[in-house]
Design a protein around this ligand. Sequence first.
Ligand code: 5GP
Length: 212
Amino acid sequence: MNAKPISRRGLMLVLSSPSGAGKTTISRRLLDRDPGITMSVSVTTRPMRPGEQPGVDYYFVDLPEFDRMAEQGELLEHARVFGNCYGTPRSTVEQALGAGRDVLFDIDWQGTQQLAANARNDLVSVFVLPPSGTELERRLHTRAQDSAEVIAQRMAKASDEISHWAEYDYVIVNNDVDESVTAVQAILRAERLRRTRQVGLPAFVQSVQAAL
Ligand code: 5GP
């Protein structure tokens, strides 16, 4: 007999890191490997970069629209990063969680703190560290997309972001992308089995006991 899966509430998996630590690559591979998790697409006021697609990488909005969304409570969290505004649209995330689907977030420490304050039970947070400071610096310089000024800002922001590592549930040093993705998958697998997340568990246990 094929057992029916026990229903559960979705979880919010947050990946944070300084720019250049490899978080975006880890996120993409995780999404490829695990059909049970979907990416939360943020809204931002920053300009679109070459190769980015609206609605896929971000929803690109102007500042008045961003402010309107924030004021009307349409954002689950929001923050200013590198002089631009970023935020997580609330409705898509809440729908997914309610339907038992997991959601992946690529957000900074400010957003993670807000999610932790408002939805701690649904949150699993992972901080990705670079293999070393010099490697991080090298990666930031080889990224062709940004101006020298932006790179300098990111270097300054990197140490600020790293200073929040201890606020996260899990920490991964990204020496090897494949290993890091496997580590995130292991975290996800274990967190899905948390007793408190499996809302169908009491009914299931009752059915097991009823047969005894
Ligand atoms: P980028 O401009 O390089 O795409 O992102 C810059 C930083 O903003 C990254 O650290 C990223 O994690 C963060 N970020 C992206 N979307 C959001 C969001 O919706 N909320 C918050 N708090 N940070 C975000």
